[in-house]
Design a binder for this molecule. Structure first.
Ligand code: GDP
Ligand code: IMO
Ligand code: MG
Length: 426
C-alpha cells in the first residue's frame, strides 16, 4: 500500500491536525516529516481541545504508531511537556511514539539565536515563532547539528559544548543579552527523559512497514507557501513543507507516495510577515478573524485574514501533486452576502493567473470573482447533502478552477464536524 501524504496548501494552520486525527483509524502509522514546535496542530473531540507541537496527530488513537521522522527538529523541553500533558489525559505515549535517531535537536542556544536574529532584522523580521527552527536547520545543513542518536553517545556533552561555543561567538556579534545558564537545566533534564523513549532508524521501520502492506500517512507541518524553496522567501520557514519533504523527512522513495491530501481553508490566513495578496484590512477581515478564532495556536498572535487565493492554491496543488483537496472552516464563511474569490492578479498592469517572483503589494493586486454567500449555520450538518446551494456552487467553482476534487468539507473544529463528499477516502 502506497504512503499517503497530508499537507497544508496555504500559510499553515489549515486544520491539518484535525484531519490527521479524523483519518488515523484508517492508518497503521502516522509520521511527521518536517518542522518542529513552530507547529501547533489542534484536535477536538468529546469536548476536549488539544494542541500538538511535535507529536503526530494520530496519538489519540489506540492502535496507530506515531513517528517523529528524521526531517523534524525536536526541542526536548517542548516534546516532554507535550508528553506530560498527554500522560495526564491518560494517553500511553511511550508505547506508540517512535523517534528517529536522525532527527536534529533544538538547543536552548538555537532559540537565543532565533530571537537575536529576528531582533537584528528589525522591521524586516520574518515573524518567526522563535522556537529555534531556523538556526537548528542551519546547523543541520551546515553539518554542525546534534541529533537524537547523539544523546546516548559518550561524547554527547562535548558535542553540545562545542556547538554552544559556536553559538556564543555568533551571539557576541548580535548585541543580544541572554542567560543561557538559566535555560540549560530543564533542557538536560528533558534529554534524560528523552532517553527513555524508543529511538529507531525510522527509514527502515517505515520501509519495512511499507513492504508489509501497512497503511502509512505522512503528516506535514506549516504550509506550502511557507516552504523554504517555493514559499514567499525569505518570509518562510526553514524546511521543505511540500510533498517532497515527506520523502526526505521520512526516507520514503518518491515512487512509494500514493495519495496527496491538500488541506486549505475556505479563505486565507497568515501569521507573521510576508506577502499576502488577498489580505483584508477591513471589517470583513476582522469578521473572519473573530468568527474563525484566527489567533495562533502557538504564539496567540492574531492571524492576518483574507479571501481565498486561487492562483496561490493552484501553485501549491502543482508543486505537491495534490490528488484530493480538503476544504476547512466552511462554517466561518456563513453569513456573508457575497464571497470573493481571487482568480487572477493584476501585476504591473497585466492580468496574470500565477504567483510572480515579486509579490510586493505595490506591484500585485488581486482580481476577484463574486459568488453568492449563504446564511445557514453549517456546524450541525451531518452530510454533504445538507449543504446549502451557495456552498455547493462555491465548491464547484473551486474544483473547476483548480482541477482537483474536494473530498472533505470541514464545518467545525470537532472530529464529528467533517463532511465526507467521497465515501472511500483511503
Ligand atoms: P493546523 O496547524 O493545520 O493543524 O491548524 P491549527 O490547529 O493551527 O488551526 C486550525 C484551527 O481551526 C484550530 O483551532 C482548529 O480547531 C480549528 N478548525 C479546524 N477545522 C475547523 C473547521 O472546519 N471549522 C472551524 N470553525 N474551526 C476549525
Ligand atoms: P502549523 O504546522 C502557521 C510561520 C511563522 C513565521 C514563519 C517562520 O501549525 O501550520 P519559524 O518559527 O518557522 O521560523 O517561522 O512561518 N509559521 C507558521 N505559521 N502555522 C505554522 O505551523 C507555522 N510555523 C511557522 O509565523 O511567519
Ligand atoms: Mg497550526
Amino acid at each position: 500500500m502506497k504512503v499517503d501524504v497530508l499537507l497544508g496548501l496555504q500559510w499553515g494552520d489549515e486544520g491539518k491536525g484535525k484531519i490527521v486525527d479524523v483519518l488515523t483509524p484508517k492508518y497503521d502509522i502516522i509520521g511527521r516529516f518536517q518542522g518542529g514546535p513552530n507547529a501547533g496542530h489542534t484536535l477536538e473531540f468529546n469536548g476536549i481541545k488539544h494542541v500538538l507541537r511535535t507529536i503526530p496527530s494520530g496519538i489519540f488513537h489506540d492502535k496507530a504508531i506515531n513517528i517523529i521522522g528524521n526531517g523534524v527538529v525536536i526541542d526536548p523541553v517542548v516534546l516532554m511537556s507535550e508528553i506530560h500533558a498527554l500522560a495526564k489525559m491518560g494517553v500511553d505515549v511511550k508505547s506508540k511514539l517512535l523517534l528517529s535517531t536522525k532527527a536534529h535537536l533544538i538547543l536552548p542556544s538555537h532559540r537565543l539565536l532565533d530571537a537575536a536574529s529576528e531582533a537584528a532584522k528589525g522591521k524586516e523580521k520574518i515573524g518567526s515563532t522563535l522556537k529555534g527552527i531556523g538556526p537548528t536547520y542551519m546547523d543541520k545543513t551546515g553539518r554542525n547539528g546534534i541529533r537524537v542518536g547523539d544523546i546516548s553517545l559518550p561524547n554527547f556533552k562535548d558535542k553540545y559544548s562545542a556547538l554552544v561555543e559556536k553559538h556564543k561567538q555568533i551571539l557576541s556579534h548580535l548585541n543580544f543579552e541572554y542567560d543561557l545558564n538559566a535555560m540549560e537545566p530543564e533542557w538536560f533534564n528533558a534529554i534524560d527523559e528523552l532517553k527513555t523513549f524508543q529511538q529507531i532508524e525510522s527509514e527502515h521501520y517505515i520501509n519495512d512497514a511499507y513492504k508489509n502492506n501497512k497503511a502509512i500517512l505522512a503528516e506535514g507541518a506549516q504550509g506550502s507557501l511557507l516552504d523554504i524553496d517555493f514559499g514567499s522567501y525569505p518570509f518562510v520557514t526553514s524546511s521543505n513543507t511540500i510533498c517532497a519533504g515527506a520523502c526526505t523527512g521520512l526516507g520514503i522513495a518518491p515512487n512509494r507516495i500514493g495519495k496527496v491530501f491538500g488541506i486549505f481553508k475556505a479563505y486565507c490566513t497568515r501569521v507573521g510577515s510576508g506577502p499576502f495578496p488577498t489580505e483584508l484590512h477591513d471589517e470583513i477581515g476582522d469578521k473572519i478573524r473573530n468568527n474563525g478564532r484566527e489567533f495562533g495556536s502557538v504564539t496567540g498572535r492574531p492571524r492576518r485574514t483574507g479571501w481565498l487565493d486561487l492562483p496561490a492554491l493552484k501553485y501549491a496543488v502543482m508543486i505537491n501533486g495534490v490528488t484530493e483537496l480538503m476544504m476547512m472552516k466552511a462554517d466561518i464563511l456563513s453569513g456573508f452576502e457575497t464571497i470573493q474569490v481571487c482568480t487572477h492578479y493584476n501585476y504591473q498592469g497585466k492580468k496574470i493567473d500565477y504567483l510572480p517572483y515579486d509579490c510586493s503589494p505595490e506591484l500585485l493586486s488581486p482580481v476577484y470573482t463574486s459568488l453568492k454567500g449563504w446564511n445557514q449555520d453549517l456546524t450541525g450538518l451531518s452530510s454533504p447533502d445538507q449543504m446549502p446551494e451557495a456552498l455547493n456552487a462555491y465548491i464547484d467553482f473551486i474544483e473547476k478552477e483548480v482541477g482537483v476534487s474536494i473530498s472533505i468539507v470541514s464545518v467545525g473544529p470537532d472530529r464529528t464536524q467533517t463532511l465526507m463528499r467521497k465515501k472511500e477516502l483511503v
